[in-house]
Design a protein around this ligand. Sequence first.
Ligand SMILES: NC(=O)c1ccc[n+]([C@@H]2O[C@H](COP(=O)([O-])OP(=O)(O)OC[C@H]3O[C@@H](n4cnc5c(N)ncnc54)[C@H](OP(=O)(O)O)[C@@H]3O)[C@@H](O)[C@H]2O)c1
Length: 347
Amino acid sequence: MQRIDLILIGFGNVGQAFARLLLQKQAFLRQTREVDVRLVGIVTCRHGMAYQPEGLPLEECLAAVASGKSLTKFHQGQPCNDALQFIREIPATMLLETSPTQVKDGQPAISYLKAGLSSGKHVTTANKGPVVHAFGELTSLAEKAGKTFYYESTVMDGAPLFAMLRSGFPGAEITGFSGILNSCTNLLLERMSSGEDLENAITYAQSIGIAETDPTGDVDGWDAAIKLAALITIVMGIPTKPQQIEREGIANLSKAQFAQAAAEGKRWKLVCTALRAGDLVTARVAPQMVDSNSPFFTVSGTNSFLLVHSDVLPGVGLLESDPGPHTTAYGLLADVLNIASMEKGNG
Ligand SMILES: NC(=O)c1ccc[n+]([C@@H]2O[C@H](COP(=O)([O-])OP(=O)(O)OC[C@H]3O[C@@H](n4cnc5c(N)ncnc54)[C@H](OP(=O)(O)O)[C@@H]3O)[C@@H](O)[C@H]2O)c1
């Protein structure tokens, strides 16, 4: 039985969904893959930190944070209040990073991932910040350390986008992407096309947990831009910041524009496009009126969709339905299992 010990940074929506997924899958993974995955450490901002060498009691940890309590009471060993020290000193196979995205500089997640790699751990993140701000640096640190840096959940949650791109296109040149990468605006546009105004559509999206309290990151196209920047950076190898992407949000679409789309049998979608020519990429996030021949026309509700364009396959699509913390958590688990398989292969 292969033993994989994990440290989780962040125990919010995604971190907790990961703990629930692990509870659901632990026995299955032991039986079917002969891998014993244990969450031995958790680091949060206001809910303390905890380590148990044989694995934390996840149901009790979930119950504690649900009632606003600290995780510190589950800690075994010397007390520790410093996240970086915790990451460096706690023995584990991998570090899973799920702290909030800082669009400006990707910190402190970048420091956490560096500390993980420099203390001999594989690392994976659901956070787009480190990818757009330090992808090259983290990749080369991982190479030097003989460890892996993965990021499946950063774009399209748990859909196996990067796994597909890593192994499914040998010898192909990826020439572009086009897609719908922001679930929130896709839902807002759908409701606005039924006559709702933006404010009411946002109120609805907030009521079902899709829009944040401050929805401007979605509405103004920043979330879509950071995802597109992450894709260009990782897959095309061209470091790109969200600020470099031409960006137009959905706030200025008028009732008349929705009426026009309806009259012509079309729909408004917030479309991301990136087209490569040599070392240059033209990238854009903007609302587009698409007709029923477009693959984006039927991407409904909170679903997301990406078309990958390459010199050999003109368009290969990936659709993710019902995204959320549970699917993001699966992206992290998929990274863990893919890294575990590589370790087994190397061992
Ligand atoms: N939600 C999704 O479906 C989704 C999808 C794809 C990607 N992501 C990405 O996944 C990450 C987590 O999202 P989430 O929805 O789980 O966020 P969240 O609910 O806000 O949880 C964030 C967690 O990180 C902890 N934290 C905050 N600042 C920290 C710091 N400086 N050091 C260590 N821990 C810190 C928080 O601690 P406290 O508990 O003490 O507050 C909390 O446990 C984000 O980067 C997000 O962009 C999320």
